[in-house]
Write a new protein. Structure first.
Length: 161
């Protein structure tokens, strides 16, 4: 009888633990369209008894690149959270320079170097260089055949006939 009660107690405790873990994982889940912001917990907040706020935001689309500041921005709108959460947030980041080039052809090897001139594509950022010069080392000639160690190989088995 004691064994039965012990097993029942373990089963109840395990099911409570698993349901808590599942609920917590859903609460803290993020996806590509949402962002979760947690406030930093400090000793002052713990002493006052206030719990840290969790704010969940929906991500907006990135704006076009502002050529004057070389930045683009995105607005986050509050989806879920308490009164301490900001209704909207704006995130900014630097733009990638849109230099797109049409690849040229490689030159022959001169002094173990080969070069290529790439031209800027028409729809690229006008502040980019019009051409770029790419240089790479040439691979050494490998026309000589590798010799096998010890001369020619034979498929004959030694010692048995």
């Amino acid at each position: 009888m004691k064994l039965w009660w012990s097993l029942a107690l373990v089963l109840v405790a395990t099911s409570m633990f698993l349901s808590t873990v599942r609920a917590e994982s859903v609460l803290w889940e993020e996806d590509d369209k949402e962002i979760l912001v947690r406030t930093v917990r400090g000793t002052k907040e713990r002493a006052s008894g206030s719990s840290a706020a969790s704010c969940r935001y929906v991500k907006g689309q990135w704006s076009e690149c502002d050529s004057k500041t070389n930045t683009r921005s995105r607005t986050l709108n509050l989806k879920k959270g308490d009164k301490s959460c900001e209704q909207t947030k704006t995130i900014q980041k630097k733009c990638k320079k849109a230099c797109r080039y049409e690849k040229g052809t490689w030159s022959g090897c001169v002094n173990q170097l080969s070069t290529r001139v790439d031209n800027l594509k028409a729809n690229s950022d006008p502040t980019c260089e019009k051409t770029r010069l790419i240089t790479k080392r040439c691979k050494p000639e490998t026309n000589t055949k590798k010799s096998t160690k010890g001369g020619e190989r034979s498929n004959k088995k030694s010692g048995k006939q």
